[in-house]
Write a protein that binds this ligand. Sequence first.
Ligand SMILES: NC(=O)c1ccc[n+]([C@@H]2O[C@H](COP(=O)([O-])OP(=O)(O)OC[C@H]3O[C@@H](n4cnc5c(N)ncnc54)[C@H](OP(=O)(O)O)[C@@H]3O)[C@@H](O)[C@H]2O)c1
Length: 334
Amino acid sequence: MATEMMKAVLVEEGAPLKLGDFEKPDLKPGEVLVKVAASGLNRADLVQRRGAYPPPPGASPIMGLEISGTVVETSDGASRFKIGDRVAGLLAGGGYAEFAAVDEGSLFPVPDGMDMVKAACFPEALMTVWANVFDRVGFQTGEAFLCHGGTSGIGIMALQMAKIAGASKIYATAGSAEKCALATELGADRAINYKTEDVGAALDKHCPKGIDINFENVGGKIMDQVIARLNDFSRMPLCGLISTYNATDPLPGPYNFSNLLMRRTSLKGFIVIDYFPRFPEGIQQMAQWLMAGKIKFETDIVDGLENAPASLSRLFEGKNLGKLMVQVSEPPAA
Ligand SMILES: NC(=O)c1ccc[n+]([C@@H]2O[C@H](COP(=O)([O-])OP(=O)(O)OC[C@H]3O[C@@H](n4cnc5c(N)ncnc54)[C@H](OP(=O)(O)O)[C@@H]3O)[C@@H](O)[C@H]2O)c1
């Protein structure tokens, strides 16, 4: 039988990302085949795999991290999904393709009425924020919250969920006036343009009582300035270090690390896959908020796989306003 082919965005060693033909995946036991409606990824994944960097050993040469789509095939009769189900999930590469073979355990039913592009953001971006804001930091009403990358997929949700959690003051950093305006619209009391303002001086001026929760996404110089302004018993979910992802040399540690001791700060590293067992609970809660209009999700949508390779550079240039997603095919009706 002739091998079935599909379109996919491929990474090859030393070559730019390109749209190419790839074998349609065969299903292993426990997997389902998903016709992809929308897919996204974050910059950390792209840095590891783009251009001169080969994919990690064993990784799919197809880009992509999170997907939504329709189940078109199941591997055995015991599947909890049936053909036609709308699903979203997280995979270790493979979403920028017409079809993806996905382990059932990392798939979730998309709630009725939910837009499929937004649904593709659930597994990574939304769960990362939900897990940290509502589970890990012990948020107390009246605390001051700071989030970096204020208009990234993560940032947008963090600002809104901090408000739901009862933050007294919400601060954001972002890389342009337009992004700061969006962060303010989404709930930040003050958004600091880290490209034109001194973050430390701006925090001293607008946040004189200090920070209780620093949702860390960037690292580097900004993180240093924030560590110097943390309150006693502050918490610091360590979610990303995006300012360091392109570094090729060893990086210096935070110069005022000792303040974490003096302020008795809890710093907790986080990787979203550890939260798989809590996904159904988190997704249900966030779907309710989204559909009730309590939170909104800003997406920067690229139409069609053929436009994905060129558009991914926007993640490096900070041009994406909201979570960068690729709409791969016409989504099934909500
Ligand atoms: N731990 C986990 O499980 C997990 C899961 C998902 C994401 N993350 C992390 O969360 C962060 C945000 O991810 P995302 O997917 O939401 O974002 P994204 O879509 O990859 O966007 C990246 C954002 O980072 C900002 N940025 C880029 N370079 C920067 C720099 N040098 N200094 C400060 N900000 C910079 C850009 O905005 P500006 O224009 O404002 O600079 C951009 O909005 C990343 O660090 C990512 O690795 C972690």
